[in-house]
Design a protein. Structure first.
Length: 95
């Protein structure tokens, strides 16, 4: 199993636009083969800090997602509304 944690720092005045794009990404991705879970969290103390948490059956499933049309279209649009580069960690489950 592969887990991905992506942390976004979103500009306050663009939060609604970012969330609309992210909701579309999540809504499509959860139906992909190999996707176990895919969701967005919001920091309670910092509404502009959004964290995408993903679980994939394999690295191959994740790679297919990263190459998908909806990912390659929506993620660059989401990036236009962030204050800094997205932090991404791709992790293997240990236990």
């Amino acid at each position: 199993m592969v887990k991905v944690i992506a942390t976004f720092s979103v500009q306050a005045d663009n939060l609604d636009i970012f969330l609309t794009l992210a909701k579309e990404l999540v809504g499509t991705t959860v139906h992909e083969e190999g996707c176990i879970s895919y969701g967005m969290l919001q920091d309670v103390n910092n509404p502009g800090k959004l964290i995408m948490v993903e679980e994939w059956e394999s690295r191959d499933a994740l790679d297919k997602h990263l190459a998908s049309t909806h990912f390659t279209t929506l993620v660059p649009q989401m990036g236009k509304h962030t204050e800094r580069e997205t932090e991404i960690s791709i992790c293997n489950s240990l236990f």
